[in-house]
Design a protein. Structure first.
Ligand code: ATP
Ligand code: MG
Length: 335
Protein backbone atom coordinates (compact mmCIF):
# COMPACT_ATOMS: atom_id res chain seq x y z
CA UNK A 1 0.00 0.00 0.00
CA UNK A 2 1.33 3.41 -0.93
CA UNK A 3 2.06 5.59 2.06
CA UNK A 4 1.70 9.29 1.94
CA UNK A 5 4.81 11.13 3.06
CA UNK A 6 4.06 13.29 6.08
CA UNK A 7 4.89 17.02 5.88
CA UNK A 8 6.18 18.51 9.07
CA UNK A 9 5.05 21.91 10.27
CA UNK A 10 7.59 24.69 9.75
CA UNK A 11 6.82 26.16 13.19
CA UNK A 12 6.91 23.18 15.51
CA UNK A 13 8.43 20.41 13.41
CA UNK A 14 5.45 18.12 14.07
CA UNK A 15 3.90 15.92 11.46
CA UNK A 16 0.29 17.16 11.40
CA UNK A 17 -1.17 14.02 9.85
CA UNK A 18 -1.78 11.28 12.36
CA UNK A 19 -2.34 7.63 11.43
CA UNK A 20 -5.94 6.53 11.52
CA UNK A 21 -7.12 10.03 10.69
CA UNK A 22 -8.53 10.71 7.29
CA UNK A 23 -6.66 12.85 4.78
CA UNK A 24 -8.50 16.01 5.86
CA UNK A 25 -8.07 15.46 9.57
CA UNK A 26 -5.11 17.76 9.81
CA UNK A 27 -4.50 19.23 13.21
CA UNK A 28 -5.57 22.85 13.05
CA UNK A 29 -3.42 24.97 15.29
CA UNK A 30 -3.51 28.62 14.27
CA UNK A 31 -3.81 29.99 17.78
CA UNK A 32 -0.75 30.69 19.97
CA UNK A 33 -2.23 28.33 22.61
CA UNK A 34 -2.42 25.39 20.16
CA UNK A 35 1.01 26.19 18.71
CA UNK A 36 2.39 26.03 22.23
CA UNK A 37 0.59 22.74 22.85
CA UNK A 38 2.00 21.19 19.67
CA UNK A 39 5.52 22.29 20.61
CA UNK A 40 5.11 20.61 23.97
CA UNK A 41 3.67 17.54 22.26
CA UNK A 42 6.73 17.33 20.02
CA UNK A 43 9.03 17.55 23.05
CA UNK A 44 7.15 14.71 24.77
CA UNK A 45 6.89 12.50 21.69
CA UNK A 46 10.29 10.75 21.76
CA UNK A 47 10.00 9.77 25.44
CA UNK A 48 8.49 6.48 26.61
CA UNK A 49 7.06 8.09 29.75
CA UNK A 50 3.28 8.15 30.21
CA UNK A 51 1.48 11.29 29.07
CA UNK A 52 -1.75 12.66 30.54
CA UNK A 53 -3.91 14.78 28.24
CA UNK A 54 -6.36 17.04 30.02
CA UNK A 55 -9.06 19.25 28.56
CA UNK A 56 -12.79 19.81 28.38
CA UNK A 57 -14.94 17.48 26.38
CA UNK A 58 -14.55 17.78 22.60
CA UNK A 59 -11.36 19.88 22.70
CA UNK A 60 -9.30 17.40 20.67
CA UNK A 61 -7.61 15.21 23.28
CA UNK A 62 -7.65 12.15 21.06
CA UNK A 63 -6.29 14.17 18.14
CA UNK A 64 -3.40 15.23 20.37
CA UNK A 65 -2.83 11.63 21.51
CA UNK A 66 -2.63 10.44 17.90
CA UNK A 67 -0.30 13.29 17.00
CA UNK A 68 1.94 12.36 19.91
CA UNK A 69 2.08 8.78 18.68
CA UNK A 70 2.61 9.78 15.03
CA UNK A 71 5.63 11.82 16.06
CA UNK A 72 7.16 9.23 18.37
CA UNK A 73 9.64 6.50 17.55
CA UNK A 74 6.68 4.14 17.88
CA UNK A 75 4.87 5.68 14.90
CA UNK A 76 5.17 2.50 12.81
CA UNK A 77 3.58 0.40 15.56
CA UNK A 78 -0.09 0.31 16.60
CA UNK A 79 -2.00 3.11 18.27
CA UNK A 80 -4.64 1.29 20.31
CA UNK A 81 -7.43 3.38 21.83
CA UNK A 82 -9.84 2.22 24.50
CA UNK A 83 -12.60 4.21 26.14
CA UNK A 84 -12.45 3.28 29.80
CA UNK A 85 -15.91 4.75 30.47
CA UNK A 86 -17.59 2.62 27.81
CA UNK A 87 -17.00 -0.81 29.38
CA UNK A 88 -17.95 -2.39 32.72
CA UNK A 89 -14.92 -2.97 34.98
CA UNK A 90 -14.68 -6.79 34.55
CA UNK A 91 -14.90 -6.57 30.80
CA UNK A 92 -12.37 -3.76 30.71
CA UNK A 93 -9.91 -5.84 32.74
CA UNK A 94 -9.95 -8.70 30.25
CA UNK A 95 -9.89 -6.22 27.34
CA UNK A 96 -6.77 -4.57 28.74
CA UNK A 97 -4.88 -7.57 30.05
CA UNK A 98 -6.35 -10.41 28.00
CA UNK A 99 -7.56 -13.68 29.46
CA UNK A 100 -6.59 -17.33 29.63
CA UNK A 101 -8.59 -20.25 28.33
CA UNK A 102 -11.67 -20.82 30.51
CA UNK A 103 -10.98 -17.71 32.65
CA UNK A 104 -14.74 -17.15 32.72
CA UNK A 105 -17.88 -18.50 31.10
CA UNK A 106 -17.58 -17.99 27.38
CA UNK A 107 -13.78 -17.68 27.34
CA UNK A 108 -13.29 -20.62 24.99
CA UNK A 109 -9.68 -19.83 24.16
CA UNK A 110 -6.94 -17.50 25.39
CA UNK A 111 -7.05 -13.93 24.15
CA UNK A 112 -4.46 -11.19 23.92
CA UNK A 113 -5.25 -7.96 25.73
CA UNK A 114 -4.87 -4.41 24.44
CA UNK A 115 -1.59 -3.99 26.36
CA UNK A 116 -0.19 -6.76 24.16
CA UNK A 117 -1.84 -5.42 21.01
CA UNK A 118 -0.19 -2.06 21.65
CA UNK A 119 3.22 -3.54 22.40
CA UNK A 120 5.89 -1.43 20.69
CA UNK A 121 3.24 1.24 20.13
CA UNK A 122 0.90 3.39 22.19
CA UNK A 123 -2.03 2.40 24.39
CA UNK A 124 -4.48 5.31 24.67
CA UNK A 125 -6.69 5.09 27.74
CA UNK A 126 -9.49 7.56 27.14
CA UNK A 127 -11.59 8.80 30.07
CA UNK A 128 -9.12 7.35 32.58
CA UNK A 129 -10.86 9.33 35.34
CA UNK A 130 -13.74 6.85 35.18
CA UNK A 131 -11.61 3.75 35.83
CA UNK A 132 -12.79 1.63 38.78
CA UNK A 133 -10.43 1.61 41.78
CA UNK A 134 -9.56 -2.14 41.70
CA UNK A 135 -8.55 -1.83 38.06
CA UNK A 136 -6.50 1.27 38.85
CA UNK A 137 -4.42 -0.91 41.20
CA UNK A 138 -3.81 -3.41 38.38
CA UNK A 139 -2.91 -0.67 35.93
CA UNK A 140 -0.46 0.79 38.44
CA UNK A 141 1.19 -2.61 38.86
CA UNK A 142 1.47 -3.03 35.10
CA UNK A 143 3.08 0.41 34.80
CA UNK A 144 5.51 -0.22 37.65
CA UNK A 145 6.58 -3.69 36.53
CA UNK A 146 6.22 -3.31 32.76
CA UNK A 147 4.42 -6.67 32.93
CA UNK A 148 0.84 -7.83 32.58
CA UNK A 149 -0.97 -10.95 33.66
CA UNK A 150 -3.92 -12.25 31.67
CA UNK A 151 -7.12 -12.76 33.67
CA UNK A 152 -7.20 -16.37 34.92
CA UNK A 153 -3.47 -17.01 34.33
CA UNK A 154 -0.59 -17.09 36.81
CA UNK A 155 2.36 -16.08 34.70
CA UNK A 156 3.16 -12.47 33.84
CA UNK A 157 4.97 -11.32 30.77
CA UNK A 158 6.68 -8.14 29.71
CA UNK A 159 4.90 -5.60 27.52
CA UNK A 160 6.30 -2.48 25.97
CA UNK A 161 3.39 -0.16 25.34
CA UNK A 162 3.55 3.55 26.02
CA UNK A 163 0.58 4.74 28.06
CA UNK A 164 -1.18 7.91 27.02
CA UNK A 165 -4.35 8.75 28.91
CA UNK A 166 -6.97 11.45 28.72
CA UNK A 167 -9.77 12.81 30.86
CA UNK A 168 -12.15 15.75 30.76
CA UNK A 169 -12.24 15.73 34.57
CA UNK A 170 -9.90 17.41 37.04
CA UNK A 171 -7.80 14.42 38.16
CA UNK A 172 -6.60 16.14 41.35
CA UNK A 173 -10.24 16.60 42.33
CA UNK A 174 -10.94 12.90 41.62
CA UNK A 175 -8.03 12.06 43.95
CA UNK A 176 -9.43 14.35 46.66
CA UNK A 177 -12.83 12.64 46.29
CA UNK A 178 -11.18 9.25 46.79
CA UNK A 179 -12.18 8.14 43.30
CA UNK A 180 -8.68 8.04 41.84
CA UNK A 181 -5.53 6.56 43.39
CA UNK A 182 -2.97 9.20 44.26
CA UNK A 183 0.00 6.96 43.43
CA UNK A 184 -1.39 6.23 39.96
CA UNK A 185 -2.16 9.92 39.48
CA UNK A 186 1.45 10.87 40.23
CA UNK A 187 2.72 8.19 37.92
CA UNK A 188 0.51 9.29 35.03
CA UNK A 189 0.81 13.05 35.33
CA UNK A 190 4.59 13.40 34.91
CA UNK A 191 4.14 14.68 31.37
CA UNK A 192 0.89 16.60 31.08
CA UNK A 193 -0.70 18.29 28.08
CA UNK A 194 -3.61 20.70 28.56
CA UNK A 195 -5.79 21.12 25.48
CA UNK A 196 -7.33 24.59 25.77
CA UNK A 197 -11.09 25.09 25.32
CA UNK A 198 -12.11 26.51 21.94
CA UNK A 199 -13.38 29.76 23.50
CA UNK A 200 -9.76 30.50 24.51
CA UNK A 201 -8.44 30.08 20.95
CA UNK A 202 -10.73 31.97 18.62
CA UNK A 203 -8.07 31.97 15.88
CA UNK A 204 -8.76 28.26 15.36
CA UNK A 205 -12.54 28.60 14.92
CA UNK A 206 -12.79 29.57 11.25
CA UNK A 207 -9.92 27.37 10.03
CA UNK A 208 -11.56 24.42 11.83
CA UNK A 209 -14.98 25.33 10.44
CA UNK A 210 -13.58 25.57 6.88
CA UNK A 211 -11.81 22.24 7.24
CA UNK A 212 -14.99 20.55 8.48
CA UNK A 213 -16.96 22.13 5.64
CA UNK A 214 -14.40 20.79 3.16
CA UNK A 215 -15.00 17.28 4.52
CA UNK A 216 -18.69 17.43 3.67
CA UNK A 217 -19.83 15.66 0.52
CA UNK A 218 -21.64 18.74 -0.77
CA UNK A 219 -19.31 21.31 -2.25
CA UNK A 220 -19.93 24.64 -0.52
CA UNK A 221 -17.82 27.76 -0.86
CA UNK A 222 -17.81 28.89 2.76
CA UNK A 223 -19.81 30.84 5.32
CA UNK A 224 -21.72 34.11 5.03
CA UNK A 225 -20.23 37.04 6.98
CA UNK A 226 -23.05 36.80 9.60
CA UNK A 227 -22.47 33.07 10.00
CA UNK A 228 -18.73 33.64 10.47
CA UNK A 229 -19.44 36.35 13.03
CA UNK A 230 -21.67 33.97 14.97
CA UNK A 231 -19.15 31.13 14.78
CA UNK A 232 -16.56 33.50 16.24
CA UNK A 233 -18.76 34.78 19.08
CA UNK A 234 -20.41 31.50 20.19
CA UNK A 235 -18.93 30.19 23.49
CA UNK A 236 -18.71 26.55 22.22
CA UNK A 237 -19.31 24.65 25.48
CA UNK A 238 -18.94 21.39 23.50
CA UNK A 239 -15.73 22.72 21.94
CA UNK A 240 -14.42 21.45 18.57
CA UNK A 241 -16.93 18.59 18.44
CA UNK A 242 -19.82 21.03 18.84
CA UNK A 243 -18.34 23.22 16.09
CA UNK A 244 -18.02 20.17 13.84
CA UNK A 245 -21.68 19.30 14.41
CA UNK A 246 -22.74 22.90 13.79
CA UNK A 247 -20.88 22.89 10.47
CA UNK A 248 -22.51 19.58 9.45
CA UNK A 249 -25.89 21.03 10.35
CA UNK A 250 -25.14 24.17 8.30
CA UNK A 251 -23.89 22.18 5.31
CA UNK A 252 -27.01 20.01 5.33
CA UNK A 253 -29.37 22.99 5.33
CA UNK A 254 -27.50 25.40 3.03
CA UNK A 255 -29.47 26.20 -0.10
CA UNK A 256 -26.86 28.39 -1.84
CA UNK A 257 -23.08 28.25 -2.16
CA UNK A 258 -22.60 29.68 1.36
CA UNK A 259 -23.69 28.44 4.78
CA UNK A 260 -25.77 31.27 6.28
CA UNK A 261 -26.62 32.10 9.86
CA UNK A 262 -30.07 30.52 9.44
CA UNK A 263 -28.49 27.24 8.36
CA UNK A 264 -26.61 26.91 11.65
CA UNK A 265 -28.20 25.07 14.62
CA UNK A 266 -30.96 26.93 16.40
CA UNK A 267 -29.04 27.69 19.56
CA UNK A 268 -26.51 29.61 17.47
CA UNK A 269 -28.73 31.77 15.33
CA UNK A 270 -31.17 32.58 18.09
CA UNK A 271 -30.07 35.36 20.40
CA UNK A 272 -28.54 33.98 23.59
CA UNK A 273 -31.48 35.40 25.56
CA UNK A 274 -34.01 33.37 23.55
CA UNK A 275 -32.20 30.18 24.44
CA UNK A 276 -33.34 30.54 28.03
CA UNK A 277 -37.04 30.39 28.94
CA UNK A 278 -37.30 33.75 30.63
CA UNK A 279 -34.54 35.78 32.06
CA UNK A 280 -36.93 38.57 33.05
CA UNK A 281 -37.80 36.89 36.31
CA UNK A 282 -36.36 33.99 38.28
CA UNK A 283 -36.34 30.63 36.48
CA UNK A 284 -38.77 28.62 38.59
CA UNK A 285 -39.11 25.50 36.47
CA UNK A 286 -39.00 22.13 38.17
CA UNK A 287 -35.83 20.06 38.07
CA UNK A 288 -37.27 17.55 35.57
CA UNK A 289 -37.94 20.33 33.02
CA UNK A 290 -34.47 21.79 33.38
CA UNK A 291 -33.00 18.29 33.06
CA UNK A 292 -35.05 17.54 29.96
CA UNK A 293 -33.99 20.78 28.29
CA UNK A 294 -30.33 20.18 29.12
CA UNK A 295 -30.40 16.57 27.92
CA UNK A 296 -31.97 17.54 24.59
CA UNK A 297 -29.51 20.40 24.13
CA UNK A 298 -26.51 18.11 24.73
CA UNK A 299 -28.01 15.49 22.39
CA UNK A 300 -28.36 18.14 19.68
CA UNK A 301 -24.78 19.34 20.21
CA UNK A 302 -23.67 15.72 19.76
CA UNK A 303 -25.44 15.48 16.42
CA UNK A 304 -27.98 13.05 17.89
CA UNK A 305 -25.41 10.51 19.12
CA UNK A 306 -26.86 8.98 22.29
CA UNK A 307 -23.54 7.31 23.18
CA UNK A 308 -21.73 10.62 23.01
CA UNK A 309 -24.48 12.52 24.82
CA UNK A 310 -24.60 9.94 27.64
CA UNK A 311 -20.85 10.27 28.10
CA UNK A 312 -20.95 14.06 28.25
CA UNK A 313 -23.91 13.97 30.65
CA UNK A 314 -22.11 11.45 32.85
CA UNK A 315 -24.99 8.92 32.76
CA UNK A 316 -25.32 5.44 31.29
CA UNK A 317 -26.65 4.95 27.76
CA UNK A 318 -29.58 2.96 29.08
CA UNK A 319 -30.47 5.71 31.53
CA UNK A 320 -30.37 8.26 28.71
CA UNK A 321 -32.48 6.05 26.49
CA UNK A 322 -35.06 5.61 29.26
CA UNK A 323 -35.23 9.34 29.88
CA UNK A 324 -35.64 10.10 26.18
CA UNK A 325 -38.39 7.53 25.94
CA UNK A 326 -40.14 9.24 28.82
CA UNK A 327 -40.27 12.54 26.96
CA UNK A 328 -43.60 11.72 25.41
CA UNK A 329 -44.50 13.40 22.17
CA UNK A 330 -40.87 13.64 21.08
CA UNK A 331 -40.41 10.50 19.00
CA UNK A 332 -37.41 12.02 17.27
CA UNK A 333 -35.17 11.31 20.24
CA UNK A 334 -36.88 8.21 21.59
CA UNK A 335 -36.40 6.04 18.53
N1 ATP B 1 -7.05 20.78 16.27
C1 ATP B 1 -7.89 20.06 15.56
N2 ATP B 1 -7.79 20.00 14.21
C2 ATP B 1 -8.65 19.29 13.48
N3 ATP B 1 -9.67 18.57 13.98
C3 ATP B 1 -9.83 18.57 15.31
C4 ATP B 1 -8.95 19.31 16.16
N4 ATP B 1 -9.35 19.12 17.43
C5 ATP B 1 -10.43 18.32 17.39
N5 ATP B 1 -10.72 17.97 16.13
C6 ATP B 1 -11.87 17.12 15.71
O1 ATP B 1 -12.91 17.35 16.65
C7 ATP B 1 -13.53 16.15 17.08
C8 ATP B 1 -13.35 15.97 18.57
O2 ATP B 1 -11.98 15.72 18.85
P1 ATP B 1 -11.51 14.58 19.88
O3 ATP B 1 -12.33 13.36 19.73
O4 ATP B 1 -10.03 14.45 19.76
O5 ATP B 1 -11.89 15.35 21.24
P2 ATP B 1 -11.80 14.82 22.73
O6 ATP B 1 -11.21 15.92 23.56
O7 ATP B 1 -11.15 13.48 22.76
O8 ATP B 1 -13.35 14.71 23.06
P3 ATP B 1 -14.06 13.88 24.26
O9 ATP B 1 -13.67 14.56 25.55
O10 ATP B 1 -15.51 14.10 23.95
O11 ATP B 1 -13.60 12.48 24.15
C9 ATP B 1 -12.89 15.03 16.25
O12 ATP B 1 -13.69 14.79 15.14
C10 ATP B 1 -11.55 15.63 15.82
O13 ATP B 1 -11.12 15.09 14.60
MG1 MG C 1 -11.99 11.60 23.41
Amino acid sequence: MERELPHSCSVCGLVPLAPGLRRHDRVIAESPAMQELLKRTSRFAPSDAPVAILGETGTGKEVVARTLHANSLRAGKPFVAVNVAALPAELLESELFGHGKGAFTGAAGPRRGLFEEASGGTLFLDEIGEMALPLQAKLLRALQDGEVRRVGENRSFAVDSRIVCATHRDPAERVRQGLFREDLYFRLKVLTLHVPPLRERREDVLPLARQFLGEERRHLEGFSPEAEKKLLSHPWPGNVRELQNAVRHGAALASGPLVTLEDLPEELHRGAADARPSLAGPDLRCLADVEREHILRVLDACGGSQTEAARILGIGRNTLWRKLRGYSGDDRHAS
